[in-house]
Design a binder for this molecule. Structure first.
Ligand SMILES: NC(=O)c1ccc[n+]([C@@H]2O[C@H](COP(=O)([O-])OP(=O)(O)OC[C@H]3O[C@@H](n4cnc5c(N)ncnc54)[C@H](OP(=O)(O)O)[C@@H]3O)[C@@H](O)[C@H]2O)c1
Length: 309
């Protein structure tokens, strides 16, 4: 089968499409025939050797963290899926999604939303679960609360806006000017162009800041959290001393695969409460171009590799 692998860390040139053996599932795993795999910022960090979970000892390494496809084989202990079931999954880092067949733990996998095609489904798992865990597990966001989401037009942000609205929260978000209408259409109540406005000048204090940007955006975020509220980041540990002074909760987290949460997300999608937005699609042998497109930013939604046409 074909896979996009790296044998050393570096720039896009270290990715090569290669012929490798199709793996066999162990007792609690399934083998997924991959139809599409999404591209996430973490893929480039792994390729560059800047993601601590993947080190020299893991090379050669297949990139990619989430897929959609069909069950091709199942381990002896797997009773939740049948051969041919259409599924999607956020993979553990030991398995890469940029390949024709991938192993996944059965509890990381969920039935694909019926209302989505394979490309749409592949776009969901990592970004969707990151948004879900950030808002609800770490952020504790509840109905009626106010949340500020930084980077609302990107992969994680566009899901976060819609999940927060589906939960009954009030949502403000920061985006580039060109994305204001896009995020309003997704349901955002207040939209701030981060290049021409300072969010802290125009927003009322919120219960949660969901930080997808880090740096000075994160630092300024402290100014808009209500006492008792939270600032949660996907990228950078916020200053705990400052949080204690302000009586707010802070944290940085790494999203974890979770089949049960994927099922909840699939339900919201099939109920029409969450739209999946595809920025662009590429072929498997265009992984370098796909990562470059994501890196150039101004992404509206998700970049996806089509593994089967
Ligand atoms: N910890 C975890 O488990 C985890 C999981 C997923 C993602 N992440 C991280 O979370 C971040 C977001 O991921 P993603 O997949 O959503 O990335 P993405 O699709 O590349 O989206 C990033 C978005 O941020 C916007 N942006 C850039 N600078 C901004 C600023 N100063 N203020 C507001 N928006 C700004 C960009 O818009 P413009 O181009 O228009 O500026 C773009 O829409 C990435 O850094 C990723 O590595 C972490």
């Amino acid at each position: 089968m074909q896979a996009v692998r790296i044998h050393r860390f570096g720039g896009p040139e270290v990715m090569a499409i290669e012929e490798i053996d199709r793996p066999t599932p162990s007792a609690n795993e399934v083998l997924i025939k991959v139809f599409a795999a999404s591209v996430n910022p973490v893929d480039a960090k792994m390729r560059e050797g800047k993601y601590p979970v993947v080190t020299e000892k893991d090379l050669p390494y297949v990139l990619g963290r989430d897929v959609s496809g069909q069950i091709a084989a199942a381990g002896d202990d797997v009773s939740s899926f049948l051969i041919g079931d259409e599924v999607f999954a956020f993979l553990s880092p030991e398995h890469g999604g940029y390949e024709e067949f991938v192993l996944a733990r059965a509890d990381e996998v969920a039935a694909k939303p019926k209302s989505l095609d394979q490309v749409g489904a592949a776009a969901v798992p990592l970004a969707g679960i990151t948004a879900w865990q950030g808002l609800f597990d770490h952020g504790g966001l509840r109905q009626g609360q106010h949340v500020l989401i930084h980077g609302g037009a990107g992969g994680v942000g566009h899901f976060a806006i819609q999940f927060a609205k589906a939960k009954g929260a009030w949502v403000a978000t920061t985006v580039s000017a060109s994305e204001k209408e896009f995020v309003s259409d997704l349901g955002a109540d207040q939209v701030i162009d981060y290049k021409s406005e300072k969010f802290e000048d125009v927003i009322e204090p919120v219960d949660l800041v969901f930080d997808l940007i880090a740096g000075e955006t994160q630092e300024r975020g402290f100014n808009v959290v209500k006492p008792g509220g939270a600032l949660i980041s996907t990228l950078q540990e916020p200053d705990k001393a400052r949080a204690a002074e302000l009586s707010i909760r802070v944290g940085r987290y790494t999203a974890q695969p979770n089949g049960a949460q994927l099922r909840e997300i699939a339900e919201l999608i099939d109920q029409g409460k969450v739209k999946v937005v595809i920025a662009s699609t590429f072929e498997l042998n265009e992984a370098a171009e796909a990562q470059a497109a994501l890196n150039e930013r101004h992404i509206r939604g998700k970049v996806v590799l089509k593994v089967v046409n």
